[in-house]
Design a protein around this ligand. Structure first.
Ligand code: NAD
Length: 468
């Protein structure tokens, strides 16, 4: 069995206590993971604080080059990390699974490394020279979820480092191993203390909560549920930490009557079921015009039947299990209620272990929990509408506002509807595609701030204005 350590101050650090990381596809032990105590977090934060002055004052081209080398390191280690990722997360190696996630991690690292933070001249005349400088914030604490653990870690780490900050990351206890591996690999390219990782299942110390309140952490970047985001915001208040919070979504898709059901079925499917639906910006509610509702359902079900689900280490499988029991129970509860009040077109019953078959349910009442709550699993409610205004109102009737989509042959009409959707990203004839050069974040309770691109990089800086 592979051994995994935390990385603190450039050193591999084991702990006295460990916790088990379980393969959700088999229930087998993947590895024992270091379980941090509060002193381990303090040591990691102290190492990051000590490394900050030298890292933040490196000439920019040098820091840029080191950040760019992280993408190469991730590429070198991609297959090793992908194997670990599949074992602990459950997603398949192929398709839109672990290897795809490692490719994304490299792409984001490479693009982010290439960005710059030039000084902006606000005024240059007889009166004054006024310059706006972007300065690093200090020690950034990163807290990540279990659905895309490596890619999200890179979304947090590389912009923070590129802007001159140092980092302490804490991965989810369901999927810590791939992050431990990635951080160890990236440390080969970085000065000691610039990037540190602590892992914990929360039993010896609530490391996430301790990070949010830590006096020597200057910013938290968090991806996870809305409930945890709220807690972080509260405990960060005392130290007035900078925050970037990326949280839950309940994305709606709206299909207009001019669509060809067969043509859009594959796009709709992947928009909803990538990573077995365990993706923040998955389509979680699908509104379809009455005139093509039944046909769209039929084509979706036909396509879904062609997708094999199983152990991700078997290259034949394209979807994997739900990652953990807690999430499995949430999906089971929402689907059980949906089966009582709607029409189950596919799936509907829990499978073996943590496998939940692809489930599609239509004809639910508008207040069905499967429509109102974030399912974060392989279950999609399809909702019939006759009046487009009602569909737009229903789509916007959510506390969340991460993404949304409009499906139509008439792109201009679709863009007009996109403009009325209350969410951070709208896709036309697709759902969930993201890129390192396009800012990503939501409105309402889904996000505070954005990630990716220049706008995401700027979130890792403080402004200093110099008058001379
Ligand atoms: P979660 O909130 O349960 O956990 C996320 C992280 O927070 C974990 O590392 C966890 O250990 C840590 N944590 C738990 N309690 C904490 C506390 N009190 N203080 C600080 N940290 C704490 O979320 P999850 O179940 O791992 O992830 C699923 C959720 O993440 C879904 O709601 C999904 O929509 C969301 N998500 C959002 C995005 C996005 O970009 N908006 C991306 C991926 C996932």
């Amino acid at each position: 069995m592979l051994e995994f350590n935390m990385t603190i101050g450039g050193q591999q650090v084991p702990t006295k206590e460990t916790f088990d990381v379980i393969n959700p596809a088999t229930g087998e032990l993947v590895a024992q993971c270091p379980n941090a105590i509060a002193e381990d977090l303090d040591a990691a934060v102290a190492a990051a604080k000590e490394a900050f002055p030298a890292w933040s004052s490196l000439p920019d081209p040098e820091r840029k080059a080191i950040c760019a080398s992280l993408a190469g390191k991730l590429e070198e280690e991609a297959e090793n990390i992908a194997q670990t990722l599949t074992k602990e997360q459950g997603k398949p190696l192929g398709g839109l699974g672990s290897r795809f996630e490692m490719g994304g991690a490299q792409a984001w690292a490479g693009h982010t490394a290439s960005l710059s933070l030039p000084v902006k001249v606000l005024q240059d005349d007889d009166q004054a020279l006024i310059e706006l400088h972007r300065k690093p914030i200090g020690v950034v604490g990163s807290i990540t979820p279990w659905n895309w653990p490596v890619m999200i870690a890179i979304w947090h780490i590389v912009p923070a480092l590129r802007a001159g900050n140092t980092v302490v990351i804490k991965p989810s206890h369901f999927t810590p191993l791939s992050t431990l591996q990635a951080v160890q690999a990236m440390n080969e390219m970085l000065p000691p203390g610039v990037l540190n990782v602590v892992s914990s299942d929360g039993k010896l110390a609530n490391i996430g909560a301790a990070m949010s309140a830590h006096p020597d952490i200057n910013k938290i970047v968090f991806t996870g549920s809305c409930g945890t985001g709220e807690k972080i915001m509260q405990s960060a208040a005392k130290t007035m930490k900078r925050l970037t919070l990326e949280m839950g979504g309940n994305d709606a898709g709206i299909v207009l009557p001019d669509c060809d059901p067969k043509e859009i079925a594959e796009g709709l499917f992947w928009g909803a079921f990538i990573n077995s639906g365990q993706t923040c910006a998955c389509m979680k509610r699908l509104y379809v015009h009455d005139s093509i509702h039944d046909e769209v359902c039929e084509e979706l079900v036909n396509f879904a039947k062609t997708i094999p689900m199983g152990n991700g280490l078997d290259e034949a499988n394209i979807l994997g299990p739900i990652n953990n029991q807690l999430q499995f129970d949430t999906v089971s509860r929402l689907v059980a209620d949906g089966a009582k009040h709607g029409k189950v077109l596919l799936g509907g019953e829990p499978g073996e272990g943590l496998f939940f078959p692809i489930t599609i349910i239509s004809d639910l009442p508008a207040d069905a929990p499967l429509i109102v709550e974030e399912q974060f699993g392989p279950a999609l409610p399809v909702i019939r509408y006759t009046d487009l205004e009602d569909a737009i109102t229903a789509a916007n009737n959510s506390d969340n506002g991460l993404g949304g989509s409009v499906w139509s042959k008439d792109k201009e009409k679709a863009k007009g509807i996109a403009n009325r959707m209350e969410c951070g990203t709208v896709w036309i004839n697709g759902h969930g595609g993201i890129q390192p050069n396009a800012p990503f974040g939501g409105v309402k309770k889904s996000s505070l701030g954005v990630e990716f691109g220049e706008e995401g990089l700027l979130e890792n800086t403080n402004i200093q204005v110099v008058f001379s």
